[in-house]
Design a protein around this ligand. Structure first.
Ligand code: BGC
Length: 441
């Protein structure tokens, strides 16, 4: 049996480019046109959420979701530099109003891996002017959404974004092993967050918008281990932890730039997060390598992990890693924690309910130990465009048939919906959904 404490709110997360479709002005549409997405797929239809959001909110409601993390597509608000689209603004206002009417509290992400094509042409995040452009966009969104949204996540996973864009050539403009740009963009993303943090607070206070303003990040934290006693592997892990985790954690929470990003506190010393959002997926084994594309270490999966403990993309299912990283994080920064993403590509839906159960169990134990975890956003509500991997990986609690765009709630979705309703997993539920208590190391 598992009981979910009242303070832990449950819901799901999505990102605009991955589900909305229909946007001709984003850099991902142009990336699709250049044939950079698996099987030549395109962001142009996705799950057609842009048109079907009333139906999707209805589904969220059926699944008893209390909270919802979504992103605003910058290119829908500012399709042309300096020109606002009233249609885009009204669209999101309507979506927010509908969420609130259904008792679902939104958490809005302002940058989730995509930007307008005009900004891409100006160099996007390697251009330091982008910080200012991002602040202008942020200010506009916060003003327009006003009383409807009090919680913002500035930037999603700057570490994954910089890595996939400038090291692994997966995201536009697709640079390979461009360490210089990796660090340059990382710095700009961190500074953008710090300044947006202040800006959002200032605007909401000045306009006396209702609700307690909460601004944070969604930081991707993976659990790293080494595969041998070789000192080189340990060094690789240290470098990986530093360049992929710590630079961003310190930067975005404390406001501190560390080498090679810079030194000191560009926006002063302080706390730049009202909550820390954590996106957690897996454990990775680090091997040492001289290949710069691995940024100091090769990220692999433990070969002894059985298929039953891997997802469709081969990532290990390792809930214990979530506890390990959260304990450390909370010790360093005792701030409220939101799990802003946690999920599994599982086309046959045989592992997702069990995955949710195991990760929630870890969270409940941590809450009992005094760690302040307040939100769990399952990734994802719907099947979606898994960036350069296209539509193959299926992360949804709800299946999307890409031919008809019909939605079907998966068994795991029903399980999650019942769990939210009862805030409890009974013996009967465990039997119905085939949930087991397994031990894993
Ligand atoms: C991203 C999502 C992505 C998910 C699964 C996270 O890195 O924020 O956009 O779909 O992981 O890969």
């Amino acid at each position: 049996m598992l009981t979910i404490p009242k303070k832990l709110l449950l819901g799901s997360a999505t990102a605009a480019t991955q589900i909305e479709g229909g946007d001709l002005n984003s850099n991902w549409y142009h990336w699709s046109l250049a044939g950079k997405i698996a099987n030549n797929e395109s962001s142009i239809v996705a799950a057609d959420h842009y048109n079907r959001y009333p139906e999707d909110i209805q589904i969220m409601s059926e699944l008893n979701q209390e909270i919802y993390r979504m992103s605003i597509e910058w290119s829908r608000i500012e399709p042309v530099k300096g020109v606002w689209s009233q249609e885009g603004i009204d669209h999101y206002k309507d979506e927010m109003a509908m969420l609130l009417k259904n008792g679902i509290q939104p958490l809005v992400t302002l940058h989730h891996f995509s930007c307008p094509e005009w900004l891409q042409k100006e160099g996007a995040w390697v251009n330091s002017d982008t910080v200012e452009r991002f602040l202008i966009f942020t200010g506009k969104v916060v003003l327009e959404l006003g009383n409807m949204v009090s919680e913002y996540c500035t930037i999603n996973e700057p570490n994954v974004f910089a890595m996939d864009t400038y090291m692994d050539a997966k995201y536009p403009p697709g640079h390979k092993d461009d360490i210089k740009s990796y660090f340059k963009a990382s710095k700009n993303l961190i500074v953008a967050h710090l300044r947006a943090y202040k800006l959002i607070h200032n605007i909401r206070a000045e306009h006396k918008f209702s609700g307690i303003t909460k601004v944070g990040i969604a930081h991707h934290l993976a659990h790293f281990e080494v595969d041998s006693k070789n000192p080189l592997t340990h060094l690789s892990k240290k470098l990986m932890d530093y360049s992929f985790h710590d630079l961003f954690t310190k930067g975005m929470i404390e406001g501190k730039l560390s080498m090679p990003l810079g030194v000191g506190y560009p926006e002063g010393k302080g706390r730049f997060c009202d909550f820390i959002g954590v996106n957690y997926y897996s454990r990775h084994i680090i091997r040492s390598t001289m290949n710069p594309s691995m940024l100091f270490g090769e990220v692999t999966v433990d070969e002894s992990v059985p298929d039953s403990r891997k997802n469709d993309l081969g990532w290990e299912i390792y809930p214990k890693g979530l506890s390990i990283i959260l304990k450390k994080l909370y010790k360093d920064y005792p701030l409220p924690i939101y799990i802003t993403e946690n999920g599994i590509p599982d086309v046959n839906d045989t592992k997702r309910a069990q995955f949710i159960y195991e990760h929630l169990k870890e969270l409940v134990t941590l809450i009992e130990e005094g760690i302040d975890i307040r939100r769990y956003y399952h990734w994802s509500l719907l099947d979606n465009l898994e960036w350069n991997d296209g539509y193959g990986p299926r992360f949804g609690l709800v299946e999307v048939n890409y031919n008809t765009l019909k939605r079907t709630i998966r068994q795991s979705g029903k399980f999650y919906g019942e769990l939210i309703k009862h805030r409890h997993i009974s013996k009967e539920m465990k039997q119905t959904y085939n949930i087991k208590d397994v031990s894993y190391e």
